[in-house]
Design a protein around this ligand. Sequence first.
Ligand SMILES: *Cc1c(COP(=O)(O)O)cnc(C)c1O
Length: 355
Amino acid sequence: MKKYNFNAGPSILPQEVMQATAQACIDFEGSGLSLMETSHRAKNFQPVVDEAVALFKELLEIPEGYSVLFLGGGASLQFCMVPFNFLEKKAAYLNTGVWASKAIKEAKIFGEVVEVASSKDKNFTYVPRDFEIPTDADYMHVTTNNTIYGTELLKDLDSPIPLMADMSSDILSRPVDVSKYAVIYGGAQKNLSMAGVTFVIVKEDLLGRVSRPIPTMLDYRTHVKKGSMFNTPPTVPIYCALQNLRWIKKQGGVAEMERRAKERAEIVYSEIDRNKLFVGTAETDSRSRMNITFVLKDEYQELQDEFLAFATGRGMVGVKGHRDVGGFRASCYNAMTVEGCKALVECMKDFEKTH
Ligand SMILES: *Cc1c(COP(=O)(O)O)cnc(C)c1O
């Protein structure tokens, strides 16, 4: 049976990206060695990093003065690296869920944190719109896509202070005005690559302004200076990222990724809104294109396990919702096809008919 992968992360990747990566793990570009046993300092590996950085810059139209880094530690380490490198006294955060809260918790170790707004009052089912960014804070931090709650901030904010963004789960799904950000970071395993690498886009001239000493590995300047080669970077995940960046370019770039994301989201949300059994959890104007969350209506709650089994029987993988929201979540990252979304919709329709 054909499987449709709606996993939230690690998540779907294009077949050809996985095939190229698998091939390199057997014989890295005809070298007779696996990529796994190849030095990160080898002559044939440096071009991999160089091309991945160049493609990232090209696809997102990253202006001069920014570095693209490939690091370890996940987005979770960035929750601490951002304040370590930028928080002198006070930072502003938008609280839109579990990941934003975790970022806030780390920032509090380094200084005062102002929560400019929070959607906690409604279990993070929306992205707050009315808030003021304090001009006396060192930076403002947002989570652009809330993977667990299925909400997304689709707009690049105008911030009077440096803007930091966790884009773990919506990077490369739309054009972004990078010039509005000081740092954009994320774990790669949602929309860029396999697990194991973290991308960071950082504006170089904002570095080195905090007075505290920073451990070498946690100092962005180390990695900017050494081109992500200060220590051994995750070579296979970087190679996989390169294959995916090439794939995105071949498909037509981030504008095409956005067109597809809109198309997929339209297909799935229309069915959620039409189907008598289901209801979406996110407020309509905050709906994420990447993670589509929905639950059974109150009167059909007892069908929870039955629908999951039904969907699994139809080849749907990973549609169980996060425990904080319950219900279901269909993650539709770049590699998800319209065909996959239509298969899910058919599955929802057929389930409705039997009830
Ligand atoms: C998954 C996720 C994280 C955590 O990423 P790790 O790479 O596992 O540390 C952080 N933020 C968002 C928005 C996520 O979706």
